[in-house]
Write a protein that binds this ligand. Structure first.
Ligand SMILES: Nc1ncnc2c1ncn2[C@@H]1O[C@H](COP(=O)(O)OP(=O)(O)OP(=O)(O)O)[C@@H](O)[C@H]1O
Ligand SMILES: [Zn+2]
Length: 886
């Protein structure tokens, strides 16, 4: 197999990629996380679909984050054909749920499978391996470098067996074994059946079925004969019985007929009697009717005389009265209408009258009220006039007082100014008085002190003699001043008194003036009020006059209303009279109409009775005719009865009936006998049937025994074959396994010798139980798990390459059918020297014909020796990987 092209869309770190591959060694390099391993994983997933997912992974993990759709397409060549697989996926990034929407496999451009599990199966058989084998043999995944070494021998055996298709042989062997076991079961079944059938055959033969059958058959024949002779007897008895029955029936028929004829005669007699009774009742009816008619006719003529229409046509009379009645009714309703109009008018008038008297009353009341008001107003005017004259007197009093003060009202005009002036002068005098009093007090104090000093005669501090000094002089001057001031003071007091009495008068005058003014104001306001009241009085007066006028008008209206009312009353009573007359006339007319209608009704009744009577007479004639008909019929029936009597005369019915009874008893006995015999015969036939089926069964069982014998023989042969086959598969597998293990062991050692460059170990052994053992130089065996990390890596690479080679040897054309050898970071644990050895190993693999080797590695030396190099980069901004070819 050779990979030619990989195209991916939205897988892991790739948004889109289209990469072509060549043969030889291809190295993919790039920094951590750039997307190298993703490339190998994409190839893997494309080949095996979702089967490649590990426990911890789900489908949506391999789809680029956020993408809703993804696809991988891988083109490869296999055994001269071009193949392509395309896997497409749908993804729900929010729910993290993805699904494989299609898996299409094409061969040479034509779709051969388009359904996931079919495509998977096709790839598995095309590559001769499933995803497990792919991983164990061709695809050395990153971090899985020592899986093979660490696994248990049992698992290793299974894996290698599977790779070499030895597992199939084991399947076949198991199938052969279970076939053998199954056949064994059938063998035992067959033997058991043979034993059972043989026992049953013997049982049947012991009971001698053929003899039993012959006996039953002869008994059946005997019974047959007896039954047929009895049947003959029975037929004879039956025909006798039938004949007698017929004769009895004939007799009975005649007797019935005769009875019915007699009955009919009786019936006809009855009918005749009824007819006579009918005639009688009809005649009675006619008589009573005649009587009624006479009575009614008398009544009619009496009524007609009342109507004074003895011979006139009653319909004309009725319509004449009806006309009169109708016109009378019209007249009455006319009167009624007029009456209602007048009554209406009267009621309107009486309410007008009421209204009129109500208004008069109102006017009267208003008049009285106005009069009262007028009197009270006049009283008030008088009161106020009195008050005015009182105030006038008071005023002249005050005026005379003012005059006594020799003042006039005009002079009093500026009394306020005078008052202010006098007041100011008084205040001024007070001020001077206080000033002089203080001065006097000061001088008296000084005089007192100087007096005291002069009494002692000398100065208390310097003891100088004071007599004749300035002090004596000053004291004298001061005493003079005191005297002067005292005089001035008494003068001031006098002036003050005069001013004070003047001020008293001014105050009085001021009071008077105010009094006069107040009185003037009062008089003026009283006068105004009097004139207002007078105006009011005038108004009341005009009101009075208006009302008088209105009263007069109301009176005129009242008398005219009363006049009209009287007239209407007279009219109304006239109308009432004419109405009474009309009503009486109308009632008379109604009475006449009733009589006329009664005449009409009675006349009609008489007519009807007459026609009824005629009909009854007709019926009587009819009934008479019927009676004569009945008589004829009765005569006929009597003749029939005589004839029937004659026919019945010569038959003895008692004898016939006793014969019939005898026949019936005989018949019953014969039938019972036949029944018994028939039952016995049926029993015999049944037994014979049973014996026959026993015989048949015997026959079948014998045939079955033959068949079972053959089957047992055949099963024995098959059992032996299966045993042989099982042993053969076992042998072949053991041989193949030991051959392969031998070959694998030598391949491992060959590659190990090539790859391993240190000196510690001599060789490796893979034994028949698939145990791997490493031997040290001195022959000490070691389990692989004891080796160092790097040694384990080397060891694993050796093992893988050996397996790959072993497989490729099994394929024609040296490995062309195998997928490329794929390694993801194989140098991780290797030292420099072994990296070089790895390069050599890869070269060797290429040289021995491995067409394509894919290696992911960042190791420069590996890159150097590659045929093709790809560099992977991931753009940190878009987070998508790109690949460049070098
Ligand atoms: N489903 C996904 N969607 C988007 N990016 C993903 C998804 N799965 C993995 N990646 C990213 O893909 C990148 C490449 O991973 P990959 O394993 O291919 O790296 P690598 O080149 O093999 O690195 P190393 O040298 O470390 O093995 C990782 O950095 C990871 O973040
Ligand atoms: Zn002194």
């Amino acid at each position: 197999m050779m990979i030619k092209r990989l195209k991916i869309q939205n897988i892991r770190s790739y948004e889109s990629l289209d990469l072509s591959f060549d043969e030889g060694v291809t190295v993919v390099s790039g920094v951590n996380g750039s997307g190298k391993s993703s490339l190998l994983e994409a190839c893997f997933t494309c080949l095996f679909g979702s089967k490649t997912l590990d426990r911890d992974f789900v489908l949506s993990d391999i789809i680029r984050k956020g993408a809703t759709r993804a696809s991988i397409m891988l083109e490869f060549e296999q055994s001269g054909h071009d193949y392509s697989i395309e896997q497409t996926f749908r993804n729900d990034p929010e729910k993290g749920r993805a699904s494989n929407t299609s898996a299409v496999l094409k061969k040479d451009g034509e779709i051969i499978f388009d359904q996931a599990s079919r495509t998977y199966e096709a790839i598995r058989s095309l590559l001769n391996m499933d995803e497990e084998a792919y991983r164990n043999c061709v695809y050395i995944r990153q971090g899985e470098i020592d899986v093979l070494i660490n696994s248990k021998p049992k698992d290793r055996q299974k894996m290698i067996d599977d790779l070499l298709r030895l597992g199939k042989l084991e399947d076949y062997r198991e199938r052969a074994s279970s076939a053998r076991i199954g056949v064994g079961r059938h063998q035992r079944d067959a033997q058991r059946r043979i034993k059972e059938v043989t026992a049953e055959v013997e049982g049947i033969e012991d009971s001698k079925p053929a003899e039993r059958l012959a006996k039953l058959r002869s008994r059946s024949k005997e019974l047959e004969d007896s039954i047929s002779s009895l049947n003959e007897k029975r037929d004879r008895a039956l025909s006798l019985k039938d004949e007698t029955s017929k004769r009895i029936a004939g007799y009975r028929e005649l007797a019935d007929k005769r009875a019915s004829v007699l009955e009919q005669i009786k019936e006809l007699g009855g009918k005749k009697t009824k007819a006579y009774a009918q005639i009688e009742s009809l005649s009675r009816d006619i008589d009573s009717r005649k009587e009624t008619i006479e009575k009614t006719e008398a009544k009619i003529s009496e009524m007609r005389s009342k109507l004074s229409a003895e011979d006139a046509d009653i319909e004309a009379v009725i319509s004449d009265i009806e006309d009169k009645e109708r016109s009378m009714r019209d007249k009455l309703s006319g009167i009624n209408r007029d009456k209602a109009v007048i009554e209406k008018e009267m009621s309107v008038m009486s309410s007008s009258l009421d209204e009129n008297s109500k208004q008069s009353e109102l006017l009267e009341k208003a008049g009285k009220q106005a009069e009262e008001k007028m009197t009270s107003t006049e009283d008030e005017i008088k009161k106020m006039q009195k008050m005015i004259s009182d105030s006038g007197e008071k005023r002249s009093d005050v005026l005379s007082r003012i005059e006594s003060m020799s003042l006039t009202l005009e002079k009093l005009e500026n009394i306020e100014d005078i008052f202010d002036l006098v007041n100011d002068q008084l205040k001024n005098l007070h001020g001077q008085e206080r000033e002089i009093s203080v001065k006097i007090a000061d001088l008296e104090e000084k005089i007192k002190k100087s007096g005291e000093l002069l009494d002692k005669g000398k100065c208390p501090t310097c003891s100088q003699d004071l007599h004749g000094s300035a002090i004596e002089e000053n004291t004298r001057a001061d005493s003079l001043k005191v005297k002067e001031f005292t005089e001035k003071l008494s003068e001031l007091k006098k002036k003050q008194e005069t001013l004070e009495s003047k001020l008293g008068r001014v105050k009085d005058a001021r009071v008077y003036r105010t009094q006069v003014e107040d009185l003037d104001k009062e008089i003026k306001s009283l006068n105004e009020r009097i004139s207002d009241h007078k105006k009011l009085l005038e108004e009341y007066q005009t009101g009075m006059e208006d009302r008088e006028k209105q009263k007069k008008e109301l009176l005129t209206q009242k008398s005219s209303l009363e006049e009209s009312m009287k007239e209407l009353k007279t009219k109304l009573s006239q109308m009432q009279e004419s109405m009474l007359t009309a009503q009486k006339e109308h009632k008379d007319l109604l009475g006449l109409l009733e009589i006329a209608k009664e005449v009409r009704k009675s006349t009609l009744e008489v007519e009807k009775s007459v026609s009824d009577m005629n009909k009854m007479e007709e019926r009587i004639t009819g009934v008479r005719e019927m009676i004569s008909l009945f008589d004829g019929q009765i005569a006929e029936k009597k003749a029939d009865a005589t004839e029937l009597n004659k026919q019945m005369g010569d038959l003895d019915i008692d004898e016939l009936e006793s014969k019939l009874k005898n026949y019936e008893i005989a018949l019953k006995n014969i039938t019972t006998e036949i029944g018994k015999l028939t039952t016995e015969r049926e029993g015999v036939t049944k037994q014979a049937g049973m014996v026959e089926s026993e015989l048949k069964r015997l026959d079948e069982l014998k045939k079955l025994l033959d068949v079972l014998g053959n089957r047992a023989e055949y099963l024995n042969a098959v059992y032996e074959d299966a045993e042989g086959l099982e042993a053969m598969y076992m042998r072949v597998r053991a041989e193949l396994r030991s051959n392969n293990i031998g070959l694998l062991d030598s391949l491992i050692n060959e590659i190990f010798a090539f790859m391993y460059s240190n000196n510690a170990y001599s060789h490796i052994r893979l034994d028949h139980e698939y145990n791997l053992t490493v031997f040290e130089k001195d022959g000490t065996p070691l389990e692989p798990k004891l080796l160092s990390g790097g040694e384990r890596a080397i060891f694993n690479l050796v093992l893988r390459c050996a397996i790959y080679r072993l497989l490729s040897m099994g394929m024609s054309g040296e490995g062309s059918g195998l997928p490329p050898l794929i390694m993801d970071e194989p140098t991780v644990f290797l030292d420099r020297g072994h990296v070089q050895q790895l390069i050599k190993l890869i070269d060797m693999m290429r040289d021995i014909g491995v067409g394509q080797i894919l290696v992911v590695s960042h190791d420069e030396s590996l890159i150097d020796s590659a045929d093709n190099v790809f560099t992977v980069e991931k753009d940190p901004i878009s987070n998508s990987s790109t690949i460049y070819a070098k």
